[in-house]
Design a protein. Structure first.
Length: 214
């Protein structure tokens, strides 16, 4: 029997994402301060904290993702609200009709969400953005799933690729956003969006793995 988890009653996965961002808020702003405005942690914490207050702990994974997406779009300033809002809304819409979520369904949804990020941000891998985390993480998950690996192994592959993608941004030159104005001076610093994306994917991998059955 393939591993899966119940969509119903799994809002706690999303609440764990909110808690992880809250715990990381100072570090996110520290990373952002090196080549950006220094407010990434503040803005992300604002949106994720508001979402955590609006999410019914007994609701489904997809419904909780929808609340998070709506909150980020409506209540975070700058570009990150719509970008992350699109990511989570794509996941929510793709998974909303599933009672039990298996590796194939999650992997396909993650791929669509990563593609939505690329489309909205106008970024591609190598531009020093959160795309450098989301795309390789999605590709690693799908590659593992297509090899026939179990859901938990796919999540481990996703988390490993997420970490590697995040670390790789340190050696990149920023090509988009405020940091792009620094040119080569942006090299040697991690990207803030990639950092928060890694926090999100690491937490999601851990929380979903704990719920898998079968």
């Amino acid at each position: 029997m393939s591993e899966k988890f119940s969509n119903a009653g799994s809002a706690d996965i999303v609440l764990a994402l909110c808690a992880a961002i809250h715990e990381s808020k100072d570090y996110l702003s520290e990373v952002d301060g090196a080549i950006g405005d220094g407010d990434h942690g503040v803005n992300m914490n604002k949106g994720f904290t508001l979402a955590s207050q609006r999410i019914d702990a007994s609701s489904s994974f997809s419904d909780a993702l929808e609340v998070l997406a709506d909150t980020l779009v409506d209540d975070i300033g700058g570009s990150m609200g719509p970008i992350y809002g699109t990511f989570f809304m794509t996941l929510s819409e793709n998974l909303s009709s599933s009672d039990e979520i298996n590796a194939k369904e999650f992997g396909n949804s993650l791929a669509d969400a990563a593609q939505a990020l690329e489309d909205l941000a106008g970024a591609k891998p190598g531009d020093k953005t959160l795309v450098d985390v989301a795309v390789p993480a999605s590709e690693a998950f799908q590659a593992a799933e297509q090899r026939g690996d179990g859901f938990s192994s796919c999540l481990s592959a996703m988390a490993e690729a997420s970490e590697a993608g995040w670390k790789s941004t340190e050696g990149m030159q920023a090509r988009l956003g405020r940091a792009a104005r620094l040119g080569e001076r942006s090299i040697g610093h991690l990207d803030a969006g990639a950092t928060s994306c890694n926090v999100i994917l690491q937490t999601m991998a851990q929380e979903i793995s704990a719920k898998l059955q079968g």
